[in-house]
Design a binder for this molecule. Structure first.
Ligand code: BG6
Length: 478
C-alpha cells in the first residue's frame, strides 16, 4: 500500500543552526525524503542560516555531504540535485546585527513561513527579537523549537515568556520527536479507532504498564550537555512522559490539537509525587572506562539510567502502577510499551501456574508494530496444556510501507499548521512541575547512582523496584 500525501502549500522554511549536528543528521535528510516522496510543491524553499560565511553553492555541497554521511543509501539518488536546488543560505549572526536584512530580503510574504530554531535555547530570545524587529516573521509565521525546553520549571517558564513576547501559542511548535514516531501516533489510533481495547483500558482489567526506552549507545560526543542533564531531564520529563500521556489519557472529544493536549495535560497533573523509594538511578561503569570516563568527570553523579514507578491519582488508573525505565549502554536498543492485563478471575484449567497475563506490547523501535500476547492451547493430544503466543503485527510488513522518520512527519505538520503532535507551553511546564521535586531530592540527597556494567539491563536495584511488587520487567531482547 503506497502512503498517501496530504498536500502542503508553498513555503519558506528557515533553519537556524543549519550547519549544526541536528540539522545535518536529522532535519536535512528528513527534508530530502519528503522531497523525494513528492510531498513538496514547486514553491517550497529551505533557507539555511548560521554564522559560518558561505554562499548557496557551498551550503548545497555541505548538505550533500551530510546526506552522504547520515543517509548513505540516498547519496546517489537522482533526485538529489533538484532537492539541493531548493536550498539557499544566508549567514546570520543570531546575537548581532549581521545578516538579518539579507534574510528579510530573501523571504517571501505570500507563502507559509516557518522558522526552525535548531540552536541552543539561550539563543531563542535573541532570534525571536530579531525576527520580529526586522519584520521578517509575519503574523502567521511558525516558530519551531527543539528540546531541551528548559532544565527545570523556572527556566521553561522563562523560555515560554521569551517566545510569547513576539509569538502567540498558536505559532509555537515545541518538538518532542517521540510524538513524530509512527507507533506513538498509532497509540491514539489503536485506542480510539477500535472498540476492542477501550472497555478494558482501566484499573479493573489492567494490572500495570511498563515503558522501556533502552539504548545501546553511551554519551560520548554529547558529554557536556548530558552530564548537566541526566536521563531524568533528557528522556523522562519529555519522551517517556509523552508516552505515559498517550496511554493514560481520556478520549479527547476529537482529534484536534487543543482537545488532545488538554487531555494529556490532565494526565500530567494527575501524577502523584514520586517517593525516593520508587526511583532507581544508575550509571554505567566498567574497569577503567564507563560513564565517568566518557564525560571526563571522575566525580559525576549524573544518572545514565533511571527506573521509576508512577501512580496516577484518578478514577481510571487508581492502583495501577506505571513502571518506566530508560538508559544508555544497555543490552539492546528497544523501546516498547507493555500493557499487562490482569489474569482471568477464575481458571478452569488445572495447569493454572502456566496461565500468563495477556499483554499488549506496542513496539516503538526497532521493527515498529504491535504484539498481543495471548494464551492458547498447546497443539497435540493428551492433557490440555496452555501456551503463550504472540499475535504479531509488524507495521512495515502489514502495510508494505517504509516507516518514515519522526522528523519527516513533524516538519510536514509544521508546514500544514497542525499542532497536535507538538507540546503546548502549559504541558511542558506541568511536566517540569512534576519532575523538579524528583530531581531536586536526588541533587540534594547526595546519594551515588547504582553502577551497572555496560551491555546489561541496568542496575539490579531496578529489578528490585518492580520485583518487590511481585512483577518483573520484560526481557530487553524480546
Ligand atoms: C534525544 C535524547 O532526545 O532522544 C538522546 O537527547 C536520545 O539522549 C534520543 O539518545 C533517543 O531518540 P531515539 O529516536 O533514538 O529513540
Amino acid at each position: 500500500m503506497a502512503s498517501r500525501l496530504t498536500a502542503v502549500d508553498d513555503f519558506d522554511l528557515v533553519i537556524f543552526g543549519a550547519t549544526g549536528d541536528l540539522a545535518r543528521r536529522k532535519i536535512f535528510p528528513a527534508l530530502f525524503r519528503r522531497h523525494s516522496a513528492g510531498h513538496f510543491p514547486d514553491g517550497a524553499r529551505i533557507i539555511g542560516t548560521a554564522r559560518t560565511p558561505m554562499d548557496d553553492s557551498g551550503f548545497r555541497a555541505d548538505i550533500a555531504a551530510a546526506i552522504a554521511e547520515f543517509d548513505p543509501p540516498r547519496a546517489g539518488d537522482p533526485g538529489l540535485p533538484a532537492f539541493l536546488g531548493r536550498l539557499f543560505y544566508v549567514p546570520v549572526d543570531a546575537t548581532g546585527a549581521e545578516g538579518w536584512a539579507d534574510l528579510a530580503a530573501r523571504m517571501r510574504k505570500d507563502v507559509v513561513q516557518a522558522f526552525y530554531l535548531s540552536v541552543a535555547p539561550a539563543l531563542f530570545g535573541d532570534i525571536a527579537d530579531r525576527l520580529s524587529g526586522h519584520g521578517i516573521a509575519g503574523s502567521d509565521a511558525r516558530i519551531v523549537v527543539e528540546k531541551p525546553f528548559g532544565r527545570d520549571l523556572a527556566s521553561a517558564r522563562a523560555l515560554n515568556r521569551t517566545l510569547a513576547r513576539h509569538f502567540t501559542e498558536g505559532q509555537i511548535y515545541r518538538i518532542d520527536h517521540y510524538l513524530g514516531k509512527e507507533t506513538v501516533q498509532n497509540l491514539m489510533a489503536i485506542r480510539f479507532a477500535n472498540i476492542l481495547f477501550e472497555p478494558l483500558w482501566n484499573a479493573h482489567y489492567i494490572d500495570h504498564v511498563q515503558i522501556t526506552v533502552a539504548e545501546t549507545v553511551g554519551v560520548a560526543g554529547r558529554a557536556a550537555y548530558y552530564d548537566h542533564a541526566g536521563a531524568m531531564r533528557d528522556m523522562v520529563q519529555n519522551h517517556l512522559m509523552q508516552l505515559v500521556c498517550l496511554i493514560a489519557m481520556e478520549p479527547p472529544w476529537r482529534f484536534d490539537p487543543d482537545a488532545v493536549r488538554d487531555e494529556k495535560l490532565k494526565v500530567i497533573r494527575a501524577l502523584e509525587p514520586v517517593p525516593e523509594s520508587d526511583i532507581v538511578r544508575g550509571q554505567y561503569a566498567a574497569d577503567g572506562a564507563g560513564y565517568r570516563a566518557d564525560v571526563g568527570n571522575p566525580a559525576s553523579r549524573t544518572e545514565s539510567f533511571v527506573a521509576l514507578k508512577l501512580r496516577l491519582a484518578n478514577w481510571r488508573w487508581q492502583g495501577v502502577p506505571f513502571y518506566l525505565r530508560t538508559g544508555k549502554c544497555l543490552a539492546a536498543r528497544t523501546s516498547e510499551i507493555a500493557v499487562v492485563f490482569r489474569k482471568p478471575p477464575h481458571s478452569i484449567f488445572d495447569a493454572e501456574e502456566r496461565q500468563k497475563p495477556d499483554q499488549l506490547v506496542i513496539r516503538l523501535q526497532p521493527n515498529e508494530g504491535i504484539n498481543l500476547m495471548v494464551m492458547i492451547k498447546e497443539p497435540g493430544p493428551g492433557e490440555l496444556r496452555l501456551v503463550e503466543v504472540p499475535l504479531d503485527m509488524s507495521f512495515a510488513e502489514a502495510l508494505g510501507v517504509d516507516i518514515p522518520d519522526a522528523y519527516e512527519r513533524l516538519i510536514t505538520e509544521v508546514i500544514r499548521g497542525d499542532q497536535t503532535l507538538f507540546m503546548r507551553g502549559d504541558e511542558v511546564e506541568a511536566a517540569w512541575a512534576w519532575a523538579d521535586p524528583v530531581i531536586r531530592a536526588w541533587e540534594e540527597g547526595g546519594a551515588q547512582p547504582a553502577s551497572y556494567p555496560p551491555g546489561t539491563s541496568g542496575p539490579d536495584e531496578a529489578l528490585g523496584l518492580i520485583g518487590r511488587d511481585g512483577r518483573h520487567w520484560r526481557n530487553l531482547q524480546s
